[in-house]
Ligand binder design. Structure first.
Ligand SMILES: Nc1ncnc2c1ncn2[C@@H]1O[C@H](COP(=O)(O)OP(=O)(O)OP(=O)(O)O)[C@@H](O)[C@H]1O
Length: 253
């Protein structure tokens, strides 16, 4: 079942000073429920712009984005925050936890905003914290735990509302390789249990865990690769794709 449909999306920035920037030229893709998608591309290719649009944090200049049948353009401004809380979970490179709250309260936050009961919140946090291996540090503050534990708390906060889609922006970018691998294993587990994930990453290792990789260049999706069987390692295919892009660039220079 298709849950996300991105059609003919174009984004033009009009800075106060200087020329317009065509950050996204014509983006088209759909995502089925349960897919794990990585988006790769060089710096400035439009990845963050696309992620912000999927997050409903920025408007398209042209085109349409539909999540679970809801067209983003039909959502009133005052309903956007509730829409995001209900449908989307976010994981950022720098964790974005609030330092004045302990991990448990950070994870609670979306449930508090959604007016859930304390009993329901406690049950949910406990369950998810055990899965993520952070149940023993829930009372600690972000600055008292490791980067890996902070990022796992951020993943817990993203998953706690059972969102339709997780959007992750370089989730392993600030982690050492062991913590990065642990996080990727956990994301893989959530994917296996049916969670839909879109992750922007520069890391071949992170992207190789996805079921499909979209390559973006100059605001366009130029190619995609996908796993042809469950458990296939996409590392070599990603390297091949990247080296053919470099070869083309050298040829054109
Ligand atoms: N607010 C903005 N105003 C004007 N131009 C912008 C703005 N945000 C991004 N851009 C431009 O749009 C293009 C795409 O930027 P974007 O940040 O989406 O790329 P990216 O692929 O995420 O890059 P990186 O990997 O370096 O984060 C770039 O040319 C960038 O300079």
């Amino acid at each position: 079942m298709e849950i996300l449909n991105v059609q003919n999306v174009k984004k033009v920035y009009k800075p106060r000073l200087g020329a317009k920037v065509e950050a996204l030229v014509d983006i088209n893709f759909t995502v089925k429920k349960g897919e794990y998608i990585a988006i790769m591309g060089e710096s400035g290719s439009g990845k963050t712009t696309l992620l912000n649009i999927l997050a409903s944090l920025d408007d398209v200049t042209e085109g349409e984005v539909m999540l679970e049948g809801v067209n983003y353009q039909s959502i009133k401004n005052e309903e956007l925050a509730a829409f995001r809380r209900k449908h989307l979970g976010f994981v950022f490179q720098d964790f974005n936890l609030l330092d004045q709250f302990n991990l448990k309260d950070n994870i609670f936050l979306p449930l508090v905003l959604a007016n859930k009961s304390v009993k329901e919140m406690n049950e949910k946090v406990k369950q998810i914290a055990v899965t993520l291996g952070i149940d023993h540090v829930l009372d600690k503050y972000p600055y008292e735990v490791s980067g890996g534990q902070q990022q796992r708390a951020a993943v817990a906060r993203a998953l706690i509302t059972s969102p339709s889609l997780i959007l992750a922006d370089e989730p392993t970018g600030a982690l050492d390789s062991r913590s990065a691998n642990e996080l990727l294993d956990l994301l893989g587990k959530f994917h296996q249990s049916g969670q839909t994930i879109i992750m922007v990453t520069h890391s071949v290792c992170a992207a190789s865990k996805a079921s499909r990789v979209l390559f973006i260049k100059d605001g366009k999706i130029i190619s995609e690769i996908r796993k042809s069987y469950k458990g296939e390692d996409l590392t070599q295919k990603i390297f091949d794709m990247q080296s053919s892009a470099v070869a083309k660039r050298i040829h054109n220079e």
